[in-house]
Design a binder for this molecule. Structure first.
Ligand SMILES: [Zn+2]
Length: 305
């Protein structure tokens, strides 16, 4: 079983019932225990150094900055304290963003996620994903008029009378699957051209309109590697706000074994035994990073051997 998935488990209580009342949210933001997760140009604020930590600032001291923010959202309650996140991009054009404390820097969460405490990485991922969506949803997809944030940042609505289309934070469902040859105890791993040299991972792809997750798994495996599979078993999911995916992880049983690689998708794809995967390092090969669900799926399979 997967116990700890990076970017999950922030412990925040989303408190959806508080989102409706914007006057209440404004009041909560002014309370002494209110916290702000600052973001700038898609980056999160951390204390850098040997043991990086997420930076949450007292919201009450940042009222001006929040007023000038591109967007502020209400994330929920953390041990009773209201937590907000603001996109402070308009505050600074400089290299590193607004200065918000010694030893802090706005960083790419993709780099820092694996080394932050898990709860903090999850909170920063939540802020990053939601604020990213706001930047992508400034105009109505139906009539092109500007949209306005509502529900504490968990909706946007078209500003044009008569249209008033409501849109919700978007996340793109992606399937990620470890295909297993149960007879020969091998798993299918491949490498996309964009991967760092030597890295092999599970296959993955986006779910298309009109298909189930199981169908998406089977289709992607057939398209990328020419392998037929069935018995698609759900294992776990992971928010992946880079920029807006929800990864859903599966095991699948291979029904055919001869690989036909799609050269547009994969540079290489092979069957590997557990011993071969465990000897990756000596071959100059490696698995995806520990914070990814791909790593977790492969680790689970290795443990079962
Ligand atoms: Zn509209």
């Amino acid at each position: 079983m997967i116990k700890e998935m990076t970017y999950s488990g922030s412990g925040i209580e989303r408190a959806a019932h508080l989102r409706r009342d914007s006057a209440l949210l404004a009041r909560l933001a002014g309370e002494t225990n209110a916290l702000l997760v600052p973001m700038w140009k898609g980056r999160n604020l951390v204390v850098t150094g040997a043991e990086p930590r997420a930076v949450l600032l007292p919201a009450a001291t940042l009222r001006e900055a929040m007023a000038a923010a591109a967007e502020t959202v209400f994330l929920g309650l953390q041990e009773g304290a209201p937590v907000f996140a603001s996109d402070l991009t308009p505050l600074s054009d400089g290299e590193g963003g607004p200065a918000l404390g010694p030893g802090t820097a706005f960083v790419n969460l993709r780099e820092f996620g694996p080394v932050l405490p898990r709860r903090e990485a999850a909170l920063l991922a939540h802020a990053k994903g939601l604020l990213h969506w706001h930047r992508q949803a400034l105009f109505c997809g139906v009539c092109g008029s500007p949209t306005i944030s509502a529900q504490g940042g968990h909706q946007r609505g078209c500003s044009r009378a008569g249209c008033e289309t409501v849109i919700f934070p978007r996340c793109d469902p992606a399937v990620i699957m470890l295909v297993i040859d149960e007879n020969s105890h091998r798993a299918l791993l491949g490498r996309a051209p964009r991967f760092p040299g030597g890295m092999y991972s599970t296959l993955a792809g986006y779910v298309e309109t009109g298909e189930t997750l199981e169908e998406a798994v089977a289709r992607e495996v057939a398209e990328e590697a020419g392998i037929k599979c069935d018995r698609v078993i759900y294992v776990a999911s992971q928010p992946w706000p880079f920029p807006s995916s929800l990864m859903m992880g599966f095991f699948a049983r291979a029904l055919s074994f001869e690989i036909t690689r799609d050269p547009h998708e994969l540079e290489d794809v092979r069957w590997f035994s557990r011993d071969e995967v465990q000897a990756f390092e000596s071959q100059g090969l490696f698995l995806p990073r520990r914070d990814s669900i791909a790593h977790q799926l492969i680790s689970l399979w290795l443990e079962e051997g």
